[in-house]
Ligand binder design. Sequence first.
Ligand code: SF4
Length: 567
Amino acid sequence: MSWKLIARAEQRLAQEIALLRPPHGGDLRIALGYPNTYHVGMSNLGLQVVYGILNQTPGVSCERFFLPDPDELEEYERHGRHLFTLESQQPLEQFDLIALSCSYENDYCNVLRILELAGLPLLSCDRTEQHPLVLVGGAITLLNPEPLADFVDIFGVGEAEGLVEELVVHMRRLRDLPRPEQLMGLAQVPGLYVPSLYTPNYEGERFVGLQPLPGAPATIAKNYISRDQFEEINSSSWILSEDTEFGKTFLMEVSRGCPYICRFCTVGFSYPKVRWKPLERLWEDIATVKQHQPRVGLISATVGNHPEIEALCERLMQEDLSVSFSSLRADKLPDAILETLVRGGSKSMTLAPETGSEELRKSINKRFSDEQYFEAAERAFRKGIKNLKMYSMVGLPNELDEDMDALVKLVEATRRIQVSSGRGGGRITLGLGLFVPKPLTPYQWNPMVTLKLAEKRMQRVSAKLARVGGVKVNPEVPKTAILEGLQARADRRLGRVLLKVYHKPSYKNWQRALAEEGISLDYELYRQRDPDEVLPWSHIASSWPKERLLRDSERARQQRFKETVPL
Ligand code: SF4
């Protein structure tokens, strides 16, 4: 027993403002976690939404857990204590289900770390009816969950609403059966994927597909809710905590999906349609927390497109609420948003040009011109925004070296606008990320840019902008993006590598483990994949047919190089 760990849990609970706590009793106990620390996990709205659904389902009690902070980890190890939940401080192994919401591929090692801390065998084939079922849901399941296939009993694929309730019904129905029958029963539920029911086949190092056991579906359907359902569901924070990336912020989902379908982005391709929350529904949610005076964080891929955005901003300003917006587009930035930001005390905002080249921007389907970008930035500065964060990628398909110079020019010109708008005392920060070609987008067949080229291009931008006053460049660590790309695009053989690196996932350890397992980065990341190739994620239903993705990928190339080959 470690009193220090218990005290930390109690302290966290005491500092939270909870609109919902787990009910006592119930016949189904679920431990719901995030494969990162409390600070990171509590900044994730998806986790809170599932927490809300489960704790409002009759007979279900759901408690949270997180990857311990480094000092807590030492304490767990010193006392040999198994990972426990925040609310009742009971070990995870005593629950019926351990569910994890996973948003980022680079958290896969943490999934293994959590299973180990919980005292569970890491491989699902070594677990029995005596162990809780292990489920992973979240954004990664929409794309390619395969690297985790050997560790997870069930993936929840798609949107949680509707699927979580079905899971509960079928867990109750199947709970007294032996584990293999339970799993086959759960595999019949659309949106639940039981990876152990599929055998991967290879020809040499080439993955050629998954062979389902008789009775298991060949294609994994994704769970989506309708527009009407989306309007009804609660997808706002249930718990407010200062210890998050945004402080005490009430996160509210304003929309799901995106109408723009930028070719590099998974949002437009993952969700079949855009759904908006009506103003009155949003307002009902705000009314429940207004007394706690939180900051309000509006979560949406394109909040500026909300059909009632002006009225929403007006009301937020009337209530004197401090507001942040998760994502803004330069060509969809009404004054109402800027005024709301400034009135709420914000001095900074982010506008992502994605690339400095207009042609390349068109090719990735981010359709706004430099002029539109400058106009939006100028309006923001004149309305009172002091600092601008710009975000751009390196390594986009069809990118050329000179696109780096175009980016430098775009930043320099934006800085000049900042100064001439009277905000010269402010700062421009350029976030420079490395593009990862993600599954189920038109770029899924493209190679990722090599580490060497990425470093060269990032350096070219950083070196030129180092001479510009008021501008700071924040480049992503390219090796982190390379590992993200590998985990996003690999098949389930990568699980053997994860087993070797999860304790210390340094780039060097990854390289060593990959070599030991005979997996090459050249093959997994740096080659153009053949359109006829079976991709590791080919069994996950795609919102877009393959032919359409292929056509779109070709169109992107033609738009960049102005070819007129008929499509
Ligand atoms: S990059 Fe932004 S605008 Fe484009 S599809 Fe993704 S979320 Fe939508």
